[in-house]
Design a protein around this ligand. Structure first.
Ligand SMILES: Cc1ncc(C[n+]2csc(CCOP(=O)(O)OP(=O)(O)O)c2C)c(N)n1
Ligand SMILES: [Mg+2]
Length: 707
């Protein structure tokens, strides 16, 4: 279709008869370019150059190939499109708008409104718009993942490709290819430079994820200037080394060449594909093309006009969407996507009849639900003074849960024997190239990629967990933070959670990690105090649908409390609870000892002795600050009554933050330095984590308070 196209009037101030000529493909591409330029110009902020350069590639992919129905952007078998260079967000917003992608409500209903309207494009980067500076998946339907921190999108895409493989292995049946989608990620020089892309690409190559295609915008420009300032490696050779297919498109405007490269992707079944696309940032802008200025600044009114002139576009038109462009998308991606989706739904109806139980599970997964009986046979642990490490009780609980929940899958960054996260029951198997049904993942020593991959898996509705030592959560913080921003329930199992790991010493001993993770908005940190709290913590985590959660677990054995003597571990569900109260029953406490994890036993030991000496002491186990904060004020007051100001916290981590609970009159026993390398009991002693010290601090504080 070619010819003269006119714009329908959008608003009173835009009633002009703009004429645009060329093929409808070219007009559509230039619409993406000019919408992006105009939005950035209007906001006077943003990144115009890359959408201008990549418009042909993205258009071609969406219009001709993407198996995606704009009318149902959560169709489970849709191809995934990830914009890893999230600063080019206007590229994605333009596509979402032009393709007519629908909005989806928080509870998963398709709404009769666009994910991104033209008005929202005009409100690019403004408060409460659907078009924030970088794409945010929890805000804007059709945005598959939140990108902007470079390297994350490509990392997530590996998780999405893994999810596709696992789901296909689990759900597909002869005659029912329920899941066979592909995953595309567009990325830039920044993504390529970030280590996480290398880690993730290494995983993807190892796993032979042939459903995965990265499209690398090789424009030789980043913020500081030409990439040769800092980047001279041979990316193609590097990726071949990872076990990828590499195709090269020497001109981003040559769609035949690009389609040839996609053919290579489609016809390869034993490795992922990298398509390197040579492009010119701000293509068509006479003074800004190929410059660093085009990366992150508005072009300027005059340059916008000149670029439009180059495109054969009316120079005075703003946010021009010529007649026929949206229809063109509707006839391309829209029609193809709808047919594919309807065909899939018809097949799924039959599948439901042939495999009702599986179909049921499929639905549950999509809603982030749990199968009936998900919490059956969870272990309870008898009182035991010697007890066991919480990593060991966690292993038992995780295995029981995973037996009941088929899509609870995950692994460790080469530390499964230490984190005790291996699923050991019959049939659990290993997820490996060609064995995509396995449930034990081997992420290798790649914590950053592991957590970025977990995000992709969870976005594809798998309940995925990843494990390492708490100290190495530092290596994975960016995707953990994004999991929280995206409101997705990723699970992290972090063991060796304190100086209690002992001999490995201060390089391995977490100090600031607990408070660091607690400070991530929406992130749930749980540090259970004994085996039964571990069971309760896992139960709580499994029921989360929109918060990531991490368990901090001990390496060393800790007692299993006698719950006939102390309160039930069910209190974990409230984040903090009274574990032992002042004697005699009903007495008003004069001192509150509070702690988490392995230090709660110290609080209890001190409690026993102080109580025997006639002190009225309460012990509060506080596995999760965040969950406690979600409770009603009355409950919080009942646990930590404001009249009781003599309070001590005991936690083998940074003391920062505890003042919130101990108050100005309280004291915190914790860490203010790095730890030490020695047997755990000696390290604990050195830093004051003994019942004797807790008692001494308590007596001192009680005496001071009295005075
Ligand atoms: C992890 C991370 N570090 C730094 C940045 C800041 N930043 C945004 S874009 C960019 C340059 C990206 O260059 P490139 O990927 O080549 O994008 P292009 O300008 O070619 O679109 C940088 C450093 C970021 N977004 N994420
Ligand atoms: Mg670049």
């Amino acid at each position: 279709m070619a010819g003269q196209l006119t714009q329908r009037p959008q608003a009173a101030d835009e009633v002009k008869d703009f004429r645009v000529s060329g093929s409808i493909d070219q007009i559509s591409i230039n619409t993406i370019r000019t919408l992006s330029m105009d939005a950035v110009q209007k906001a006077n902020s943003g990144h115009p150059g890359t959408p201008m350069a990549l418009a042909p590639i993205a258009y071609c992919l969406w219009q001709r190939f993407l198996r995606y129905d704009p009318a149902d952007p959560i169709w489970p078998n849709r191809d995934r499109f990830v914009l890893s260079n999230g600063h080019a967000s206007m590229l994605l917003y333009s596509l979402l708008y032009l393709a007519g992608v629908k909005s989806v409500s928080a509870d998963g209903r398709i709404l009769d409104e666009p994910a991104v309207s033209l008005d929202e494009i005009k409100r690019f980067r403004q408060i409460d718009s659907k078009t924030p500076g970088h794409p945010e998946s929890h805000l804007t339907s059709g945005v598959e993942t939140t990108t902007g921190p470079l390297g994350q999108g490509v990392g997530n895409s590996v998780g999405m490709a893994i999810a596709e493989r696992w789901l296909a292995s689990y759900f597909n049946k002869p005659g029912y290819p329920l899941i066979d989608n592909k995953v595309y990620a567009i990325c830039g020089d920044g993504d390529m430079m970030e280590g996480v892309s290398g880690e993730s690409a290494s995983v993807a190559g190892h796993l032979k994820l042939s459903n995965l295609c990265w499209i690398y915008d090789n424009n030789h420009i980043t913020i500081e200037g030409k990439t040769d300032l800092a980047f001279s490696e041979d990316v193609a050779t590097r990726f071949r080394g990872y076990g990828w297919n590499v195709a090269h498109v020497t001109d981003a405007n040559d769609l035949d060449m690009f389609m040839g490269a996609l053919d290579v992707f489609f016809s390869t079944n034993d490795r992922p594909t990298l398509i390197i696309v040579d492009s010119h940032i701000a293509f068509g802008a006479p003074n800004k093309q190929d410059t660093k200025e085009a990366h992150g600044e508005a072009l300027g009114e005059e340059e916008v006009r000149l670029a439009k002139r180059n495109y054969g576009w009316p120079e005075d038109a703003h946010f021009l969407v010529p007649d026929g462009v949206r229809e063109n998308f509707a006839n391309g991606i829209g029609r193809r996507g709808k047919e594919l989706r309807l065909d899939w739904e018809a097949k799924f109806d039959h599948y439901k009849k042939d495999y009702p139980a599986l179909a049921d599970q499929f639905h549950q997964m999509q809603r982030r639900g749990l199968p009936a009986g998900w919490d059956k046979d969870l272990p309870t642990f008898p009182a035991d003074a010697k007890g066991l490490a919480t990593r060991d009780s966690s292993a038992k609980v995780l295995n029981a849960l995973a037996k009941n929940i088929p899509w609870l899958i995950g692994g460790a960054a080469d530390l499964a024997p230490s984190t005790k996260t291996r699923l050991t029951f019959d049939g659990a198997g290993d997820f490996e190239a060609g064995h995509y049904e396995g449930r034990n993942f081997h992420f290798g020593i790649r914590e950053h990629a592991m957590c970025s991959i977990l995000n992709g898996m969870v976005l594809s509705k798998i309940r995925a967990y990843g494990a390492t030592f708490l100290i190495f959560s530092d290596y994975a913080r960016p995707p953990m933070r994004l999991a929280s921003l995206m409101e997705i329930p990723v699970i992290y199992v972090f063991t060796h959670d304190s100086i209690g790991l002992g001999e490995d010493g201060p390089t391995h001993e977490p100090i600031e990690q607990l408070i660091g993770l607690r400070s991530v908005p929406g992130f749930i940190m749980l540090r259970p105090a004994d085996a039964n709290e571990v069971t309760e913590a896992w139960k709580l985590i499994m029921q989360m649908t929109n918060h990531p959660a991490a368990l901090a677990l001990t390496r060393q054995a800790i007692p299993t409390f006698d719950r006939s003597k102390y309160a039930s571990a069910a209190g974990v569900a409230k984040g903090a609870y009274v574990l032992a109260d002042a004697r005699p029953a009903g007495a008003d406490p004069e001192l509150i000892l509070m702690g988490t994890g392995s230090e709660v036993q110290l609080c209890l030991a001190a409690y026993e002795q102080l109580s025997a000496e006639g002190r009225r002491v309460r012990v509060v186990s506080m596995p999760s600050w965040e969950i406690f904060e979600q409770q009603a004020a009355e409950y919080r007051e009942s646990v930590l009554p404001s009249r009781v100001t003599t309070r001590i916290s005991v936690e083998a981590g940074s003391t920062i933050g505890w003042s919130r609970y101990v108050g100005p009159a309280g004291k915190s026993i914790g860490m203010t330095t790095f730890g030490a390398s020695a047997p755990a009991k000696d390290v604990f002693k050195k830093f004051g984590f003994t019942p004797e010290n807790v008692i001494a601090v308590a007596k001192d504080l009680l005496a001071t308070t009295k005075r």
